[in-house]
Design a protein around this ligand. Structure first.
Ligand SMILES: [Zn+2]
Length: 145
């Protein structure tokens, strides 16, 4: 029976796992000799640049979830997959921050200055067409005979 290895837990949210832990993560997520990217689900081939990503975001860390910078929450990804995910995550975070700032009143909404607008015009009176002379039928084109 293999020896149980204690799970690595980062001392700080920014702590980077040592190489031995990265190798264990790769081994855990390996299928057919290649670690599997947890974002796109395809194999990370030798030579492809690789990142290690927290599956559960670190900012969601609470006393209930415990530290999320831990071995079981870290998964290998393609560098490109992780970068594109980070861009989307940052956009979502920025939006949440904007909404929170407005909601809590930290940031006042940019109210537009309301102008008095144009004066109301009189309503146009409808023309009584029955009083006009009939124009009669006028063909759109002439037919050659
Ligand atoms: Zn990928």
């Amino acid at each position: 029976m293999p020896r149980k290895v204690k799970e690595w837990i980062g001392k700080k949210p920014g702590s980077i796992p040592p190489v031995s832990v990265k190798l264990r993560i790769d081994k855990r997520e390996t299928k057919d000799d290649h670690p599997i990217c947890h974002i796109c689900g395809t194999a990370i081939k030798v030579g492809e640049s690789k990142h290690y990503d927290h599956k559960e975001e670190l900012r969601k860390e609470t006393e209930v979830t415990g530290p999320l910078n831990r071995e079981s929450n870290i998964f290998p990804t393609h560098a490109a997959c992780n970068t594109s995910k980070a861009v989307i995550d940052n956009k979502i975070k920025a939006k949440e921050n904007r909404q929170r700032a407005r909601h809590t009143g930290v940031k006042k909404p940019k109210g537009k200055i309301q102008s008095p607008g144009f004066a109301k015009s009189e309503k146009r009176t409808k023309i009584d067409k029955s009083a006009m002379p009939a124009l009669g039928f006028r063909p759109m084109f002439k037919v050659k005979t």
